[in-house]
Design a binder for this molecule. Sequence first.
Ligand code: PSV
Ligand code: MN
Length: 427
Amino acid sequence: MLDLSFVSDQNRSLQAPHQRDFEVLAERLSRRGVNAEAVVAQIGRFEVAVPSWALGTGGTRFGRFPGPGEPRDVFEKMEDIGVIQQLTRATPRVSLHIPWDEPDDPQALKDHAATLGLGFDAVNSNTFQDQPGQALSYKFGSLCHTDPAVRNQAIEHNLHVIQVGRQLGSTSITIWLADGSNYPGQMHLRKSFERTLDGLRRIYAALPPDWRLFTEHKPFEPAFYATVVQDWGTSFLLASQLGKQAACLVDLGHHLPNTNVELVVARLISAGKLGGFHFNDNAYGDDDLTAGSIRPYRLFLIFNELVDAEEDRVLPSPPAYMIDQSHNLKDPIEALLQTVDALQRAYAQALIVDRRALAGFQQANDVLMAEQTLQQAFRTDVTPLVAEARRRAGGALDPIRAFRASGYRAQKAEQRASGAYVPPQSL
Ligand code: PSV
Ligand code: MN
């Protein structure tokens, strides 16, 4: 963890120019009828969970280039997330992947997390890889498998993940299945889906009453011909069949090229089945790049749908926000700081949309002005709003600058010099 006074010392040197920028922006926004104070308060309430698997340098099947000072186990990953939380004040929870980051002693991990000011978000089950000592293989699927014994093993694993999650204080499970086929004819398309639904029903039946179950879709990879839960329609079908506690999770990289993701989000909101997000960005497929790095306008348009739904009070429960990225080239902590900032910016831009004007232009079919209304918000540099929200919460005005100044990574490079942790490949 960073010294208690470190963040405020860092902020002091940036405070005067920041204050001026904030005042200028607040004045400009007030001319548009936007109250900067209210926006800052809302940004201050924004929270997103950090995935345990994002703290080690990621990789592809072509290689991995780890940097110095990577966390060697889940306890060290917690320390790194604790630093992200200190700097951003927007990441108080961790999303664990099990068994990748399965704790031997969940209570000990929970206690450790609490000392760092952290709790736990959704737990993620992994039935897409075989683990050492595992009785049956998932080579040909898990919940969709033709062999009931394999299906039972996958169900048992999910029940175990729920148990671990309960011990940690999680209240949701995200299920992403790699199940599918690579060649036409390999798998019975209809029956493999029905077996999957049956397995999910058995997992759902074991869900504690205050828990939610998120179904995450993905069109391809590792199954290249037909993924069982390939699109939001299938995910919606599953979540609807399961019941009230089930909803759909939208991973931004899990869509075929040119899919209008904000439209998917709008549809799921209408259906009352938007469970949450895995934030990242992509140019081609499931690239797992930093959120907002490739298509910031899309990210803004997604938040625009969310803010609109929030204001119309049509969300049955707030969507769960989680990051799902693989940091192959960037320092993972820095990339995550950048991600949190990108999400807060998109949220801030969505908050300053003049919704009354937009509704009027939509009603009057004034295409150009409706579009301009969104673009005016998107083109506003909201840096001072986001920085101010962080500062008021006790975080850093400029988290990446503060992180670099802290020398944290160099210090960890010394402390963690041995026993390098080998994270899973990017998925
Ligand atoms: C699969 O590509 C995925 O998006 C799922 O959410 C996994 O849990 C995660 O990535 C990590 O591989
Ligand atoms: Mn995901």
